[in-house]
Design a protein around this ligand. Structure first.
Ligand code: SAH
Length: 219
């Protein structure tokens, strides 16, 4: 583990430090998020052949037509999930590589993450275990339905885009809880934050983004 983290060249601590500096200049301010990204070995979440590109500001393929989001997006979503607080229970829809789950696991008490593609979930589980992150629970299912048995959540983060926000997710938010999700299709997609208040859901439309689509069913 140690030798992998402190490996040579493009996967070294120096490379991660440079990434943190870039994120800071790009406007990420939450010190906890920057610290965690600076110490999470992102190269372990992509195929070995892509490891040398793991710290570039780009999304990378993770197989099955899916991608690991670019570092800025992971940082930004993590910052929005926290919203200056420390949420206890967070649900992630779209485990993918497991990188966003790993980052969240070090920022909140308990992470629940669901993925519809079984093969990706198995790989993510191995990576999280290798890093000793025991506060992540994973499930193989269609995350549009959330994880009702574990609700309510202080925050929900959806890492795949859709024209509409799944109703089930909104109902699984705790009072004061926030949902962070790419909403809209293709060129018109934005990160949206929805906060559950006593009588209403407050919605804020933020940065333009481009995510892989949220799909139905599990495979
Ligand atoms: N958070 C991931 C990003 C992966 S891309 C990471 O850090 O790597 C989005 C993921 O959402 C893909 O793995 C895709 O299979 C998954 N996904 C899409 N629709 C889904 C759904 N309805 N339920 C669960 N996962 C879904």
């Amino acid at each position: 583990m140690r030798s992998m983290i402190h490996g040579i060249g493009m996967t070294s601590q120096r490379t991660r430090d440079r990434l943190v500096e870039r994120l800071r200049s790009a406007g990420i301010t939450d010190p906890a998020v920057l610290e965690v990204i600076g110490s999470t070995p992102r190269h372990l979440f992509v195929d070995e052949a892509l490891a040398s590109r793991a710290y570039e500001e780009t999304a990378l393929p993770i197989g099955h037509g899916q991608t690991i989001s670019q570092p800025y997006t992971v940082a930004r979503m993590s910052e929005l999930v926290l919203g200056g607080t420390v949420p206890e229970k967070v649900l992630e829809v779209g485990t993918g590589s497991g990188y966003q789950s790993a980052v969240l696991a070090r920022l909140v008490s308990k992470v629940y993450s669901v993925e519809r593609i079984g093969a990706l979930l198995d790989q993510a589980r191995q990576r999280l275990r290798l890093l000793g992150l025991r506060n992540v629970r994973l499930a193989h299912s269609d995350g549009s339905w959330g994880w009702p048995e574990m609700a309510p959540f202080d925050a929900i983060v959806v890492t795949a885009g859709s024209a509409d926000i799944p109703e089930a997710l909104l109902t699984q938010l705790a009072l004061g809880g926030r949902l962070v999700m790419p909403v809209g299709t293709h060129d018109a997609q934005r990160l949206v934050v929805v906060t559950r208040r006593e009588k209403v859901y407050e919605r804020e439309d933020l940065d333009r983004v481009s995510f892989v689509p949220l799909r139905n069913g599990a495979s």
